[in-house]
Write a protein that binds this ligand. Structure first.
Ligand code: 0O2
Length: 209
Protein backbone atom coordinates (compact mmCIF):
# COMPACT_ATOMS: atom_id res chain seq x y z
CA UNK A 1 0.00 0.00 0.00
CA UNK A 2 1.12 3.60 -0.71
CA UNK A 3 -0.25 7.05 0.14
CA UNK A 4 -2.01 7.08 -3.24
CA UNK A 5 -4.26 4.19 -2.12
CA UNK A 6 -5.45 5.67 1.15
CA UNK A 7 -8.57 7.56 2.20
CA UNK A 8 -7.98 11.33 2.06
CA UNK A 9 -5.00 10.86 -0.28
CA UNK A 10 -5.62 14.25 -1.98
CA UNK A 11 -4.65 16.03 1.27
CA UNK A 12 -1.33 14.15 1.68
CA UNK A 13 0.89 16.51 -0.43
CA UNK A 14 -0.21 19.53 1.64
CA UNK A 15 0.41 17.61 4.88
CA UNK A 16 3.89 16.61 3.72
CA UNK A 17 4.62 20.24 2.83
CA UNK A 18 3.65 21.31 6.35
CA UNK A 19 5.96 18.64 7.80
CA UNK A 20 8.75 19.98 5.61
CA UNK A 21 8.16 23.59 6.78
CA UNK A 22 7.99 22.52 10.43
CA UNK A 23 11.18 20.47 10.17
CA UNK A 24 13.03 23.40 8.58
CA UNK A 25 11.92 25.70 11.40
CA UNK A 26 12.73 23.12 14.07
CA UNK A 27 16.22 22.44 12.69
CA UNK A 28 16.99 26.17 12.49
CA UNK A 29 15.87 26.86 16.06
CA UNK A 30 17.69 23.84 17.47
CA UNK A 31 20.84 24.84 15.64
CA UNK A 32 20.67 28.34 17.13
CA UNK A 33 19.95 27.02 20.65
CA UNK A 34 22.90 24.60 20.51
CA UNK A 35 25.30 27.18 19.02
CA UNK A 36 24.32 29.76 21.63
CA UNK A 37 24.74 27.21 24.43
CA UNK A 38 28.18 26.21 23.07
CA UNK A 39 29.21 29.85 22.84
CA UNK A 40 28.13 30.79 26.36
CA UNK A 41 29.51 27.60 28.00
CA UNK A 42 32.64 27.29 25.84
CA UNK A 43 31.67 23.68 25.28
CA UNK A 44 29.56 21.88 22.67
CA UNK A 45 27.53 19.08 24.33
CA UNK A 46 26.23 17.76 20.99
CA UNK A 47 28.04 15.14 18.90
CA UNK A 48 25.56 15.20 16.02
CA UNK A 49 21.97 15.91 15.04
CA UNK A 50 19.95 13.84 12.59
CA UNK A 51 16.48 14.55 11.32
CA UNK A 52 13.94 12.99 9.04
CA UNK A 53 10.35 12.99 7.93
CA UNK A 54 8.96 9.49 8.38
CA UNK A 55 8.97 7.52 5.15
CA UNK A 56 5.70 6.40 3.60
CA UNK A 57 6.10 2.67 4.24
CA UNK A 58 7.22 3.26 7.87
CA UNK A 59 4.22 5.53 8.48
CA UNK A 60 1.73 3.01 7.07
CA UNK A 61 3.43 0.16 8.95
CA UNK A 62 3.29 2.12 12.24
CA UNK A 63 -0.43 2.84 11.76
CA UNK A 64 -1.02 -0.88 11.24
CA UNK A 65 1.01 -1.74 14.38
CA UNK A 66 -1.06 0.76 16.38
CA UNK A 67 -4.29 -0.75 15.02
CA UNK A 68 -5.34 2.23 12.90
CA UNK A 69 -6.63 2.21 9.34
CA UNK A 70 -4.21 3.67 6.81
CA UNK A 71 -5.95 7.03 6.24
CA UNK A 72 -4.87 10.65 5.93
CA UNK A 73 -6.73 11.42 9.15
CA UNK A 74 -4.87 8.75 11.11
CA UNK A 75 -1.47 9.88 9.81
CA UNK A 76 -2.22 13.46 10.79
CA UNK A 77 -3.73 12.60 14.19
CA UNK A 78 -2.20 9.39 15.45
CA UNK A 79 1.41 9.46 14.26
CA UNK A 80 3.25 11.76 16.62
CA UNK A 81 6.70 11.27 15.12
CA UNK A 82 6.17 12.03 11.42
CA UNK A 83 8.85 14.64 12.11
CA UNK A 84 11.76 13.23 14.07
CA UNK A 85 14.97 14.84 15.27
CA UNK A 86 17.66 12.94 17.12
CA UNK A 87 20.24 14.85 19.15
CA UNK A 88 23.21 12.73 20.16
CA UNK A 89 25.22 14.08 23.10
CA UNK A 90 28.57 13.21 24.64
CA UNK A 91 27.76 12.76 28.34
CA UNK A 92 24.62 11.90 30.30
CA UNK A 93 24.52 15.36 31.93
CA UNK A 94 24.61 16.88 28.42
CA UNK A 95 21.35 15.09 27.61
CA UNK A 96 19.63 16.82 30.54
CA UNK A 97 21.20 20.19 29.62
CA UNK A 98 19.79 19.88 26.10
CA UNK A 99 16.40 18.75 27.41
CA UNK A 100 16.24 21.85 29.68
CA UNK A 101 17.40 24.08 26.85
CA UNK A 102 14.59 22.90 24.55
CA UNK A 103 11.97 22.93 27.30
CA UNK A 104 12.78 26.52 28.19
CA UNK A 105 12.76 27.72 24.57
CA UNK A 106 9.80 29.97 23.68
CA UNK A 107 10.02 28.71 20.07
CA UNK A 108 8.20 25.45 20.77
CA UNK A 109 5.29 24.33 22.90
CA UNK A 110 6.00 21.22 24.93
CA UNK A 111 3.26 18.63 24.41
CA UNK A 112 4.71 15.61 26.19
CA UNK A 113 7.96 14.26 27.58
CA UNK A 114 9.07 10.68 28.08
CA UNK A 115 12.07 9.98 30.24
CA UNK A 116 13.23 6.55 29.08
CA UNK A 117 16.52 7.16 30.93
CA UNK A 118 14.92 7.03 34.37
CA UNK A 119 12.31 4.58 33.07
CA UNK A 120 13.80 2.45 30.26
CA UNK A 121 11.41 0.61 27.95
CA UNK A 122 10.87 -3.14 28.35
CA UNK A 123 13.22 -3.74 25.42
CA UNK A 124 16.00 -1.90 27.27
CA UNK A 125 15.63 1.21 25.08
CA UNK A 126 17.02 4.32 26.80
CA UNK A 127 16.58 7.87 25.55
CA UNK A 128 14.80 11.12 26.43
CA UNK A 129 11.88 12.05 24.20
CA UNK A 130 10.25 15.45 23.89
CA UNK A 131 7.11 15.91 21.85
CA UNK A 132 6.93 19.55 20.79
CA UNK A 133 4.56 21.66 18.73
CA UNK A 134 6.32 23.75 16.10
CA UNK A 135 4.48 26.86 14.88
CA UNK A 136 4.37 27.34 11.12
CA UNK A 137 3.11 30.60 9.66
CA UNK A 138 0.81 30.12 6.66
CA UNK A 139 -0.76 33.21 5.08
CA UNK A 140 -2.82 34.59 7.98
CA UNK A 141 -2.89 31.51 10.20
CA UNK A 142 -0.49 29.80 12.57
CA UNK A 143 -0.55 26.01 12.66
CA UNK A 144 1.20 23.89 15.24
CA UNK A 145 2.87 20.76 13.91
CA UNK A 146 4.00 17.92 16.18
CA UNK A 147 7.60 16.75 16.18
CA UNK A 148 9.44 14.18 18.27
CA UNK A 149 12.90 15.07 19.54
CA UNK A 150 14.98 12.15 20.82
CA UNK A 151 17.91 13.17 23.00
CA UNK A 152 20.45 10.53 23.93
CA UNK A 153 24.14 9.83 24.51
CA UNK A 154 26.41 8.16 21.96
CA UNK A 155 26.22 4.97 24.01
CA UNK A 156 22.41 4.97 23.96
CA UNK A 157 22.51 5.70 20.24
CA UNK A 158 24.90 2.79 19.67
CA UNK A 159 22.51 0.41 21.45
CA UNK A 160 19.38 1.76 19.70
CA UNK A 161 20.96 1.58 16.22
CA UNK A 162 22.08 -2.02 16.64
CA UNK A 163 18.80 -3.00 18.31
CA UNK A 164 16.96 -1.48 15.33
CA UNK A 165 19.14 -3.46 12.89
CA UNK A 166 18.57 -6.70 14.78
CA UNK A 167 14.79 -6.10 15.13
CA UNK A 168 14.62 -5.56 11.36
CA UNK A 169 15.89 -9.10 10.75
CA UNK A 170 12.89 -10.61 12.52
CA UNK A 171 9.46 -10.02 11.04
CA UNK A 172 7.69 -10.97 14.29
CA UNK A 173 8.86 -10.72 17.90
CA UNK A 174 12.50 -11.31 18.81
CA UNK A 175 13.45 -14.74 20.20
CA UNK A 176 13.84 -14.55 24.00
CA UNK A 177 17.55 -15.31 24.01
CA UNK A 178 18.15 -12.29 21.77
CA UNK A 179 15.83 -9.85 23.56
CA UNK A 180 17.27 -10.87 26.94
CA UNK A 181 20.84 -10.21 25.74
CA UNK A 182 19.84 -6.87 24.25
CA UNK A 183 18.26 -5.92 27.59
CA UNK A 184 21.41 -6.92 29.50
CA UNK A 185 23.62 -4.94 27.10
CA UNK A 186 21.42 -1.91 27.62
CA UNK A 187 21.99 -2.17 31.40
CA UNK A 188 25.74 -2.26 30.76
CA UNK A 189 25.51 0.76 28.49
CA UNK A 190 23.49 2.65 31.07
CA UNK A 191 26.09 1.82 33.71
CA UNK A 192 28.93 2.89 31.42
CA UNK A 193 27.18 6.20 30.66
CA UNK A 194 26.84 6.91 34.38
CA UNK A 195 30.50 6.05 35.04
CA UNK A 196 31.64 8.22 32.10
CA UNK A 197 29.57 11.05 33.53
CA UNK A 198 31.26 10.69 36.93
CA UNK A 199 34.64 10.68 35.19
CA UNK A 200 33.66 13.85 33.36
CA UNK A 201 32.79 15.50 36.69
CA UNK A 202 36.31 14.72 37.89
CA UNK A 203 37.75 16.14 34.64
CA UNK A 204 35.70 19.32 35.18
CA UNK A 205 37.17 19.70 38.69
CA UNK A 206 40.68 19.58 37.18
CA UNK A 207 39.68 22.21 34.62
CA UNK A 208 38.43 24.52 37.41
CA UNK A 209 41.78 24.36 39.24
P1 0O2 B 1 11.74 4.85 13.79
O1 0O2 B 1 12.07 4.04 12.60
O2 0O2 B 1 12.92 5.13 14.68
O3 0O2 B 1 10.97 6.10 13.48
P2 0O2 B 1 4.16 7.35 19.74
O4 0O2 B 1 5.20 7.49 18.63
O5 0O2 B 1 4.40 8.26 20.92
O6 0O2 B 1 2.78 7.42 19.24
P3 0O2 B 1 5.33 5.01 20.68
O7 0O2 B 1 5.72 4.19 19.49
O8 0O2 B 1 4.95 4.28 21.91
O9 0O2 B 1 4.17 5.91 20.27
O10 0O2 B 1 6.44 6.08 21.03
P4 0O2 B 1 7.82 5.87 21.75
O11 0O2 B 1 8.07 4.45 22.06
O12 0O2 B 1 7.89 6.85 22.84
O13 0O2 B 1 8.81 6.34 20.62
C1 0O2 B 1 8.89 5.68 19.42
C2 0O2 B 1 10.28 5.84 18.84
O14 0O2 B 1 11.28 5.62 19.86
C3 0O2 B 1 10.53 4.75 17.81
O15 0O2 B 1 10.08 5.20 16.57
C4 0O2 B 1 12.05 4.57 17.88
O16 0O2 B 1 12.72 5.59 17.17
C5 0O2 B 1 12.31 4.74 19.37
N1 0O2 B 1 12.17 3.48 20.09
C6 0O2 B 1 11.21 3.15 20.98
N2 0O2 B 1 11.41 1.92 21.47
C7 0O2 B 1 12.52 1.43 20.88
C8 0O2 B 1 13.25 0.20 20.99
O17 0O2 B 1 12.90 -0.71 21.73
N3 0O2 B 1 14.36 0.07 20.20
C9 0O2 B 1 14.79 1.07 19.36
N4 0O2 B 1 15.90 0.84 18.64
N5 0O2 B 1 14.12 2.24 19.24
C10 0O2 B 1 13.01 2.43 19.98
P5 0O2 B 1 9.57 4.16 15.49
O18 0O2 B 1 8.52 4.82 14.68
O19 0O2 B 1 9.17 2.89 16.16
O20 0O2 B 1 10.80 3.87 14.63
Amino acid sequence: MTYTDIEGKEKIPELMLKYEFALNILETHLNILIKEFSFSHGYNPVEHVKSRIKEENSALKKLEQKGYEPTYYNIANHLHDMIGVRIVCSFLSDVYDIVDLIKSSPQFKLKEEKDYIEHPKESGYISYHLLVLVPIYLNDTIEYVEAEIQIRTMAMDFWASLDHKIQYKFSKTLPNEISEKLYDFSLEINDLDRRMNLLNNIVKRYEEK
